[in-house]
Ligand binder design. Structure first.
Ligand SMILES: Cc1cc2nc3c(=O)[nH]c(=O)nc-3n(C[C@H](O)[C@H](O)[C@H](O)COP(=O)(O)O)c2cc1C
Length: 201
């Protein structure tokens, strides 16, 4: 017979414990813009640089290959002082680089099989993998690491959202080709995950 060990009560009355207890998928958001400060913090928590030259980031990465690029779709009035559009997050320079002008939330929601939370969120964070960075090093197994890493980054978004009074939901159900076309992604860039984010209703 296998022996059992009774565990003491977890010590989860901590900062991290609170974030984990409160983490949940949120699918309805207030009609309220985010501030640029909030977006900046959210993106840093997501995949920001913690060392010069982005040698280390807020998420672990197999062989420090960092296969992800972060895109943000901002709807009309989604972020104070920011024109609606699709932006690329340049983590090293802490900049948003415009990819396309305009409110694409309707097209993005359609590509995500009509999920309303994608349409209604002030911003959608899209995790895009540049697979070659990791598969070039690890071969086919690199794909496993890419999906592992998407989970790490996604959890960053969930926990950061709780801390900031925001809500998010992981969206994996979408048409890859439609999202790629919408974002005008170069060859070899693959959308992996979409995270609508907004103020909790
Ligand atoms: C890989 C993955 C894909 C998901 N895709 C979707 C999705 O497309 N749409 C959605 O509304 N929720 C999606 N979810 C969220 C789950 O439905 C949610 O995490 C689950 O019901 C547990 O609820 P909780 O996050 O509130 O604990 C996804 C979650 C994961 C991990």
């Amino acid at each position: 017979m296998s022996s059992k060990i009774m565990l003491p009560k977890p010590n989860n009355e901590t900062c991290l414990g609170r974030l984990l207890k409160e983490r949940r998928s949120v699918r309805s958001y207030k009609e309220s813009s985010l501030t640029l400060q909030e977006l900046s913090s959210l993106l840093w928590f997501t995949y920001g640089c913690v060392k010069p030259d982005c040698e280390r980031r807020t998420s672990p990465s197999a062989g420090a290959t960092y296969p992800f690029e972060i895109y943000v779709s901002v709807r009309n009035n989604g972020v104070e002082g920011v024109e609606p559009g699709i932006y690329h997050y340049d983590a090293e320079r802490n900049e948003l680089v415009e990819v396309l002008k305009g409110d694409f939330s309707r097209q993005l929601a359609k590509a995500c099989l009509g999920q309303r939370w994608v349409l209604n969120a002030p911003v959608n964070i899209i995790l895009v993998a540049v697979a070659e960075r990791t598969t070039g090093y690890y071969g086919e197994r690199g794909w496993r690491y890419i999906f592992n890493e998407a989970g790490h980054i996604g959890q960053n978004i969930y926990l950061a959202s709780v801390e900031m009074g925001l809500g998010t939901v992981a969206v994996g159900a979408f048409n890859d080709d439609q999202v790629s076309k919408l974002l005008n992604l170069p060859e070899g860039y693959e959308p992996v995950y979409v995270f609508p984010v907004g103020r909790v209703k």
